[in-house]
Design a binder for this molecule. Structure first.
Ligand code: ADP
Ligand code: MG
Ligand code: MG
Length: 921
C-alpha cells in the first residue's frame, strides 16, 4: 500500500490521534485529538512530516501522489464545510500552518486567509455583510503570502501600512499626534487603497501579479512551510536545542474562522493553569476583533481572561468548558490558542504548556493530589532544569506591566535565573565596576577564555552569537550564572560602547535585566526575588526519597558545605578532599610548604605535626555537621608542586620564613617539576614515598572521630585511598592506616569502627577490581580521572577539540561531553566490570561514585542500573541526584512491567538485600 500522506480532521471523521505526534507534528496531532474528543475545531487536513522528509530528499519536489491526495482532501473539506474553495459567493478560506513534532517557537511559517482573490473577496464581503473585514483579511494575506511564500521583506508592507495610518487615517480622524492610530481605526476605503499599494509592492518585487489562482496560492504556501524547516534560523535552532532525528514539519490546512469580524469576535491564547506560579487558575490574553498573531505581536494591549468573561460571558463559558475537558483528557497543563467568531468558540491549537520551574513543581504535585496523575508520574515530570531553576533569583512576577513595557529582545535561554545590572562590554570593565560595588551585565558578541574573570564578576552574561554549548553558556552554567546567548538581533558596537536592537540603543552603564529562564531581555532594572522553596518542591522530593533506592551523598570539604548539603538532602559525604584545607590560612600554607621542602624525615614530621591540629579541627567540624552519616575522607591527592610557590619573590619569602636558603627552596621546587603531573607523583604514590604524611592525616581523622564520639556525635569515618592501581600498593597503605588508627582507638579506650577503601579511577584498578576488593572495604569510582585515563584525554585541554567530538556536524562521536555525562559505553564498561569483580570477592562491598557525574541525571540512572549504593555530587546538585535516582527506579519498574516478565532475578536479589545495600538513612 502506498504511504498515506494526508490525514483529515473534523469532529465526525478524524484520522489522526495524539500519539501520532511524530507523523502529524504537535499541532496536527493536537488538532486531531481535540476533534476526536468532540471539541470545536475548524475542519482541515494535515500533510505528514514524511512528506517534508521526502520533499527535501527529492530536491524540493513533492512526492508522487501527494497532489491527488491534497485535492481529494480539499474536496472533502469543501463538503464538510459546505463552502467552495475561494468561490465567488461564499468562499472557503484556509490557513496553512507549520507544525513540527517539537515546538520551535517563532521558527516556522503560517499563512492565514488563503484563497482570497479579487473575486472571492467580494463573496466574503457579501456573505458576511462586512466589507471592511474582508478587505482587512485580504491585506493580511498579501503580506503573509508575500513575505513567507515569496520571501519579500515584510518591512515594505509594514511601512506602507504605517504611512497610510499617518497620512490618511489620522487626518480623517483629526487625531492629535500623541494619539496612537490602531489598525482598527483604518476605514474600509483606506484598506482598499492599501491593498492596491500592497499589490503594487508585490508586482514590483516579484515581477508578477499577486496570484489569483487559489491552487497556486495553496501550493506556494505549502512549499513555504516546508522551506521554513530548512531556513537557517530553524536549522540553527535545532542544533542549539540538540533536537535530532526529526524528519521535518507537518503542514496543517484548516478552514479559516474569523476573530476579526467585529466586537463579538476575537482571538486569544491561554494556559489551563498559571505557567508562572502553577496556580490552578485560568490564565491568558484575549483581543477583541483581531486575528492570529495580533495577540502576541503587541499591536493592541490584550485583555485578561477575567475581563473577557465580563465582556463576552457566552464565549468565555465555552472556553472554560474546553479547559476542563482538555485537562482531564491530557492530564497536563495545556497551552491553548483559540478564536471566537461571532460568539462561537473555535479551538486552533493545544499543547503541553511551558512553565516556570516553580510552576512545574506546583502543577505536578497538585495534579497528583487531584488524582489526575500518580505520584510517580509527578516525579517523572520534573526535569533537572526545574530543580536548578528553583534556586535561582527570578523576576518578581508582580511587575507584569513593566515587563511588557521594557521588553527589548529575546535570545536563547542558556542558564536560568534572572539578573540585573549595568551594561558593560569588556571583562576589564566588568571586574573594575564590580570591584567598586556596581552590579554589571556583561554584553559580548561572544566570550572567550580571557573573559572568564569578567564573566565571573558579572551578574549575568548576554551574547549576540553562540548556542547552548557556546563558551559563554558552558562557563556560566558551571557557576549557575544567568546567561542568554545567541541573541542575534543584538548589534554590538564595541567602539562606541553601545548595542542596538533595531532602533533602540543601549549604552554602557544603562541598566538591563536578563531572564535566563526565557531568554528575555528588558531595558530596565526589574525587581528580582529569591524564591522561597515552595511547598510543592518539598513534597515532591519527599516522594522521590520514598521511591529511590540509590543513596545520595555530597562532595564537601568544609563544615559549611556539609551543612548546606544536609539541608539539601545529602545522606553523607562521599568525597571530602583534605588538600583544600592546606590552603586555608597563611599558617597552614607555610606548614605544608615547609613539609614539602624539608630535606629529612625528621624535618618533615616536625612540619606535619604543626598541620595535625588544623586537620583534626576541620574533621571535627565535618563529623559534627554530618552526625549519624558516613563521611568518606580522601587522603592527599594532588602532586606536591601545586602547594609551593613558583616565582622567585615568593620562594625567597618562604626561605626567609623557614630559615633555609633560597637556593635550597628553588632546587626543591625544581625537583618537583613534572612533565605530566596528571600522571605523576600524586595520589597514593605520595603516601608510598612519604608515609609520614599518611600517618598525620589518619591520626587527624581518627583522633577527631574519637573526640566527636566522646561528645555524643555518631561518627562514621571512611578513609579513602586515591588513585590506587594495585592490590599490593593498597595493602601496604591499608596496613599502615590500620596500624595508626587502631593504636589511637586502643589508647582512647573507646570502640570506633571505620572503613578503609579506595577510589577506582585508574583503568588498571577497574581491571583488577577483584584483587583490590580483597583489601578495600568500599569502592568509590572517581569518574573524572577514570574518564581522562580511559579516553586518554586531559580534561584541562579537552575544551579545544572535544566540542567537535560532540558536534554532530563535525565528528559526533559522543552524544554528550563525556566529562559531563558519563561515557556509559566505554568508561561505563570499566565501572560495571569493576563492580562485578569487586562484589564477587566481597559481596557487601559498598560502591559509590564521586565527581561531577554523580549529579548528572543520565549518569545517576546508570549508577543505579549497575547497582551502586550511592552517588556523591556537589551540594547544589544533591536534589537533582535525589530526583534522578527516583526517576531511574520508576523507569526500571515500568520497563520491567512492559517486558511482562517478573522482576529479573538479579534485581530481586539486589532489592532483597535491604538495608545493607543502601546507604540511605
Ligand atoms: P504558530 O505555530 O506560530 O503558533 P499557528 O499555526 O498556530 O502558528 O498560527 C498562528 C495563529 O494564527 C493561531 O494562533 C491563530 O490565531 C491563527 N490561525 C491559524 N489558523 C487559523 C484558522 N484556521 N482560523 C483562524 N485563525 C487561525
Ligand atoms: Mg500557534
Ligand atoms: Mg582523582
Amino acid at each position: 500500500m502506498p504511504k498515506k500522506f494526508v490525514y483529515f480532521f473534523t469532529q465526525s471523521h478524524t484520522e489522526g490521534r495524539k500519539e501520532m505526534k511524530n507523523l502529524l507534528g504537535g499541532k496536527g496531532s493536537g488538532l486531531a485529538e481535540m476533534c476526536s474528543i468532540g471539541l470545536p475545531v475548524p475542519a482541515g487536513f494535515t500533510l505528514t512530516t514524511d512528506v517534508c522528509d521526502l520533499y527535501f530528499k527529492n530536491d524540493r519536489r513533492f512526492p508522487k501522489g501527494l497532489e491527488a491526495e491534497v485535492v481529494k482532501n480539499l474536496k472533502r473539506l469543501e463538503k464538510t464545510t459546505g463552502k467552495k474553495f475561494a468561490a465567488a459567493d461564499d468562499p472557503l478560506l484556509v490557513s496553512v500552518r507549520s507544525g513540527a513534532p517539537v515546538s520551535m517557537p517563532g521558527m516556522m511559517e503560517t499563512i492565514l486567509n488563503l484563497g482570497l482573490t479579487d473575486r472571492s473577496i467580494e463573496g466574503l464581503a457579501r456573505k458576511t455583510g462586512n466589507r471592511r473585514f474582508a478587505i482587512d483579511a485580504y491585506r493580511r494575506f498579501i503580506t503573509m503570502y508575500g513575505s513567507t511564500a515569496m520571501g519579500l521583506e515584510r518591512e515594505a508592507f509594514d511601512t506602507a501600512l504605517a504611512r497610510l495610518k499617518e497620512e490618511r487615517t489620522r487626518r480623517r480622524l483629526h487625531a492629535p499626534v500623541e494619539r496612537k492610530i490602531n489598525d482598527t481605526d483604518i476605514s474600509a476605503d483606506e484598506l482598499e487603497e492599501l491593498v492596491k499599494v500592497y499589490k503594487a509592492i508585490y508586482r514590483e518585487k516579484t515581477g508578477r501579479d499577486f496570484p489569483q489562482d487559489p491552487l497556486e496560492q495553496l501550493w506556494g504556501a505549502i512549499r513555504a512551510v516546508f522551506d521554513s524547516w530548512m531556513a537557517d534560523k530553524a536549522v540553527t535552532y535545532r542544533r542549539v536545542e540538540n533536537l535530532r532525528n526529526i524528519s521535518g514539519t507537518a503542514v496543517n490546512i484548516q478552514q479559516m474562522v474569523f476573530g476579526n469580524m467585529g466586537e463579538r469576535s476575537g482571538t486569544g491564547v491561554c494556559f489551563t493553569r498559571d505557567p508562572n506560579t502553577g496556580e490552578n487558575t485560568f490564565y491568558g490574553d484575549y483581543l477583541i476583533n483581531a486575528q492570529g498573531e495580533d495577540v502576541v505581536a503587541g499591536i493592541r494591549t490584550p485583555m485578561k481572561l477575567a475581563e473577557f468573561e465580563k465582556k463576552d460571558p457566552v464565549s468565555y463559558r465555552q472556553l472554560v468548558n474546553v479547559r476542563r475537558v482538555l485537562e482531564s483528557h491530557f492530564k497536563e497543563m495545556q497551552d491553548l490558542e483559540f478564536t471566537v467568531e461571532e460568539g462561537k468558540l473555535f479551538m486552533l491549537q493545544c499543547r503541553t504548556g511551558k512553565r516556570s520551574p516553580m510552576a512545574a513543581f506546583k502543577i505536578a504535585v497538585d495534579m497528583a493530589q487531584e488524582k489526575l496523575i500518580s505520584k510517580k508520574e509527578a516525579i517523572l515530570r520534573i526535569k533537572d532544569k526545574d530543580i536548578e531553576g528553583i534556586f535561582y533569583p527570578v523576576i518578581d512576577p508582580a511587575q507584569r506591566e513593566a515587563m511588557r513595557q521594557y521588553y527589548l529582545v529575546t535570545g536563547i535561554d542558556a542558564v536560568p535565573g534572572a539578573a540585573t545590572g549595568k551594561v558593560v562590554f569588556t571583562a576589564h570593565d566588568a571586574e573594575a565596576w564590580t570591584a567598586r560595588g556596581e552590579k554589571v551585565i556583561m554584553v559580548r558578541k561572544e566570550t572567550s577564555p580571557e573573559d572568564v574573570g569578567g564573566m565571573h564578576a558579572a551578574q549575568g552574561i548576554l551574547t549576540a552569537t553562540g548556542g547552548k554549548t557556546s563558551h559563554a553558556a558552558v562557563v556560566a552554567r558551571g557557576w549557575g550564572k544567568c546567561c542568554i546567548v545567541g541573541c542575534e538581533k543584538l548589534t554590538i558596537d564595541y567602539e562606541r560602547e553601545q548595542f542596538a536592537v533595531g532602533q533602540t540603543v543601549v549604552h554602557k552603564g544603562e541598566e538591563i535585566t536578563l531572564n535566563g529562564s526565557t531568554g528575555d531581555v528588558f531595558r530596565t532594572a526589574l525587581k528580582l526575588i529569591r524564591p522561597e522553596l515552595p511547598a510543592a518542591y518539598k513534597s515532591l522530593l519527599e516522594w522521590a526519597d520514598d521511591i529511590r533506592r540509590l543513596g545520595v551523598r555530597t562532595n564537601a570539604d568544609t563544615p559549611y558545605d556539609a551543612q548546606r548539603a544536609v539541608e539539601l538532602g545529602a545522606e553523607g559525604i562521599g568525597l571530602c578532599r583534605t588538600e583544600h584545607m592546606f590552603f586555608d590560612t597563611e599558617e597552614r600554607r607555610q606548614a605544608i610548604q615547609e613539609m614539602i621542602v624539608a630535606d629529612t624525615v625528621e624535618e618533615r614530621i616536625r612540619a606535619l605535626d604543626r598541620l595535625l591540629p588544623y586537620q583534626r579541627e576541620d574533621f571535627k567540624g565535618i563529623f559534627t555537621a554530618m552526625d549519624g552519616c558516613p563521611v568518606t575522607i580522601r587522603l592527599i591527592d594532588p602532586p606536591l608542586h601545586e602547594f609551593v610557590p613558583h616565582d622567585e619573590a615568593k620562594q625567597r619569602e618562604l626561605a626567609a620564613k623557614i630559615g633555609i636558603s633560597y637556593e635550597l627552596v628553588r632546587a626543591r621546587v625544581e625537583q618537583l617539576h613534572e612533565a605530566n603531573p596528571m600522571l605523576g607523583h600524586r595520589g597514593c604514590r605520595l603516601a608510598i614515598t612519604y608515609p609520614e604524611i599518611l600517618d598525620m592525616q589518619v591520626r587527624a581523622i581518627i583522633e577527631a572521630a574519637c573526640e566527636c564520639q566522646q561528645q555524643g556525635v555518631d561518627v562514621r569515618p571512611e578513609i579513602m585511598v586515591p588513585l590506587t592501581m594495585d592490590r599490593k600498593e593498597l595493602q601496604v597503605l591499608d596496613t599502615r592506616i590500620r596500624k595508626v588508627s587502631d593504636a589511637i582507638i586502643a589508647a582512647s579506650g573507646r570502640k570506633l569502627s571505620y572503613l578503609v577503601g579506595t577510589m577506582i579511577e585508574v583503568p588498571r584498578a577497574a581491571l583488577l577490581a577483584d584483587q583490590i576488593a580483597q583489601v578495600a572495604e568500599f569502592f568509590s569510582f572517581g569518574t573524572n580521572d577514570l574518564t581522562q585515563m580511559t579516553l586518554g584525554i586531559s580534561r584541562d585541554d579537552a575544551g579545544k577539540f572535544l566540542p567537535d567530538y560532540v558536534d554532530e556536524k563535525k565528528a559526533g562521536v559522543f552524544h554528550d561531553d563525556p566529562f559531563q555525562s558519563l561515557d556509559q559505553e566505554g568508561v561505563g564498561m570499566l565501572v560495571r566490570m569493576g563492580i562485578e569483580k569487586g562484589r564477587r570477592i566481597r559481596p557487601k562491598l559498598k560502591v559509590g561514585i564521586c565527581g561531577e557525574h554523580g549529579g548528572e541525571p543520565k549518569s545517576v540512572e546508570f549508577c543505579y542500573r549497575v547497582g551502586m549504593d550511592y552517588v556523591s555530587c556537589s551540594p547544589f546538585r544533591v536534589p537533582i541526584a535525589r530526583l534522578a535516582a527516583a526517576q531511574a527506579r520508576i523507569k526500571e519498574e515500568t520497563a520491567d512491567r512492559n517486558s511482562r516478565r517478573p522482576v529479573s532475578r538479579k534485581r530481586q536479589t539486589k532489592t532483597n538485600k535491604g538495608p545493607t545495600r543502601r546507604t540511605k538513612r
